[in-house]
Write a protein that binds this ligand. Sequence first.
Ligand code: FAD
Length: 314
Amino acid sequence: MKVIDKIHRAKEEGRPFWSFEYFPPKTTAGVMNLLDRMERMYNLGPEFVDITWNAGGSSSDLTSELIATAQSVYGLETCMHLTCTNMPKQKIDIALKAAKACGNQNILALRGDPPRGEERWESCENGFAYASDLVAYIREQYGDYFSIGVAGYPEGHLDSTDKEEDFKWLKFKVDQGADFIVTQLFYDTELFKDWVQECRKRGIHVPILPGIMPIQSYGGFVRMTSICRTSVPESILEALEPIKDDDQAVKDYGVKLAVQMCREIQEAGTQGFHFYTLNLEKSTRLILEGLEFVVPRENIRSLPWNPSLSKKRE
Ligand code: FAD
């Protein structure tokens, strides 16, 4: 089923919904672990799961394989990321064909970052220059078969020097046929809420799913926020400073913070949340429990009927 139809259904039913993002692991053992985790996390009722695409191509076959397994073996609704980096049209065609063959109907169309070791992004021969070109190509080749998502940047894309240009190109991606937006991670909820309003003012009306990345470790958080140049509110830095050497305390704080962020943006009208799981289960589960979107695991056995476990696989 298409992600956009699932989003519309959740909106009609007036209920929150969530999705999980995973990346292809580097080793066979990692792949087995991830498949186990995805199967367990099925019980947390994600509306769909994303598998990222390795720009540059080294693990892109694995993305297609993980999508096929999650979609046709586990019955999860999948969304395959697809980037333009080093992807001539012939390779794009192969990836889309494989996605369709396994029943996947959802693509997150991206330009991609430069391959490792390269500073500037350049399109390859017979490839695309921007995500909007990929969106247009998928629509041209497949009509309405795929629901197409694109990336949005509440703090502006790193290459962009002009916020207005960024809005313009985001709208262009939607005009080319994208039907939902997933955002880059952020930690300032006011900034996210303002950005959504600015999108709406500029005629971008498709659903926007906030990308929530729970803090899993202090080092990882510092690395990620500096790579993405994410603004971090002072209150978060102050809360982390005294606990930064205590991994468990950082994880616990990460859960508490994500619950608070989701509540704040939910109050402003957001119904759907996209979790960057980093292939980890516990924080995402605790956040969903904290939000009372799912029943705490320790209570599950005592329930005569558990809605999340009996959720119909479609
Ligand atoms: P685009 O929308 O093409 O934008 C790139 C830049 O070009 C922007 O500055 C934009 O303003 C500008 N621009 C766009 N169109 C035009 C135009 N026609 N003319 C001039 N300028 C233009 N990367 C991966 O490698 N694999 C993944 O799986 C992956 N998943 C992601 C998931 C999410 C939710 C997000 C937010 C990012 C993800 N990324 C992933 C990272 C992404 O590939 C990078 O951020 C990349 O640098 C930009 O991709 P884009 O699709 O946003 O590019």
